[in-house]
Design a binder for this molecule. Structure first.
Ligand SMILES: [Zn+2]
Length: 227
């Protein structure tokens, strides 16, 4: 099945207060956007299922601003915490419905147990390096639109524990043994909930965070890519 491929360009020059601001790279962020109906179908099914309900930590947002009609989600949510508010997302993440149960399950079944097992403390906070962002993959001009552009991805750069200990992906990956074990368990466990998992060593772009998304891979869309 082939999809039409669109190439989207945006002007990089925006006059503001007499100054010229460069937004993104000088050529303007451009990406190749495919029409992939599965994303919208999964989002609508998720909303209809009632799997995500609004709470004081999860709020529906009517729209996500973006420079392109290809970016955004049907009904995005702003997620400020998981685990019934016990684990904060800092800053809060803008994600589509299917991401929310996955993040909840990942934190409860992978991250929290790993924090207690390897570092002896409860998880308090996830540091969110990126969530919704209308951009090409890895910020590379001309690449495919990132899952971030569909609110279908999240980047986590650090984990804060209840005892104040902060484990960064960048520093902890080769840090003390407890941090190393924690981060490796978190990364390995991520592949059950997410279909794309990238981190240190995967490529030049993921040395300081874990990228988690719900892209479809392979002929049947069921493959997982976990590096
Ligand atoms: Zn990412």
């Amino acid at each position: 099945m082939s999809y039409p491929v669109y190439r989207v360009f945006r002007s990089g020059l925006i006059p503001l207060g007499g100054a010229l601001l460069l937004w993104g790279c000088s050529a303007g962020p451009d990406f190749v956007a495919k029409d992939e109906p599965w994303r919208k179908q999964e989002e609508i099914a998720c909303i209809a299922s009632g799997a995500v309900r609004e709470t004081q930590y999860i709020r529906s947002r009517t729209a996500l601003g973006g420079p392109s009609e290809f970016c955004g989600a049907e009904r995005p949510f702003e997620m400020a915490a998981t685990s019934d508010g016990l684990v904060g997302l800092q800053p809060s993440a803008f994600v589509a419905c299917p991401m929310i149960p996955k993040i909840n399950d990942w934190v409860a079944s992978v991250v929290e147990p790993a924090a207690r097992r390897h570092l002896g403390a409860a998880l308090l906070e996830l540091r969110v390096a990126a969530s919704y962002s209308c951009r090409a993959m890895n910020g590379v001009s001309g690449a495919k639109l990132s899952e971030h552009g569909h609110a279908n991805a999240i980047d986590i750069s650090a984990f804060k524990l209840a005892d104040g200990h902060v484990i960064t992906v960048k520093g902890g990956w080769n840090g003390d043994p407890g941090e190393q074990a924690f981060l490796r368990d978190v990364r390995a466990g991520s592949c059950r909930d997410f279909t794309t998992v990238l981190g240190p060593g995967a490529d030049a772009y993921h040395g300081d965070h874990f990228h988690l998304d719900l892209a479809r891979h392979g002929r049947d869309g069921q493959q997982h890519i976990c590096h």
